[in-house]
Design a protein. Structure first.
Length: 130
């Protein structure tokens, strides 16, 4: 089952054939699925084709979704005192999250020294069992 957060949605403001740009995603997807003005089209960000999207969930681009996630959380993490440059490198390129990316000062509401960005919930659960 595909997590709904991975699914992109757009409502067609006109019938697909009325979009002037023949390369418009709304036009192409709308025509492919038989959508009409007012319908919501759904697709996934993908890397495995020239279109950059797919109707098949198996084609999901993890990299594109990481970038979307990063854009959504970057400001909040920066305000909380996290090393944004390091987290960005690790999230988008290394596929690891280190403890060095943690805030260097005490920040209200920040994670405790026993948690990390990637494994906080697991560590808290372990600490609660002790």
């Amino acid at each position: 089952m595909t997590d709904k957060i991975e699914l992109r949605r757009n409502r067609l403001s006109k019938n697909p054939e009325e979009y002037e740009n023949k390369n418009d995603r709304k036009r192409k997807i709308g025509l492919a699925v038989g959508a009409k003005k007012g319908d919501v089209i759904e697709y996934f960000e993908a890397d495995n084709n020239k279109e950059g999207y797919s109707l098949n969930s198996q084609d999901i681009s993890i990299k594109k979704y990481k970038i979307m996630l990063w854009k959504a959380i970057k400001d909040v993490l920066e305000i909380a005192g996290y090393d944004i440059a390091r987290l960005e490198r690790e999230l988008l390129f290394d596929n690891t999250i280190s403890h060095m990316a943690m805030p260097s000062r005490g920040v209200a509401g920040s994670m405790t020294p026993y948690t990390s960005f990637g494994s906080g919930a697991n560590q808290v659960a372990k600490n609660n069992r002790r």
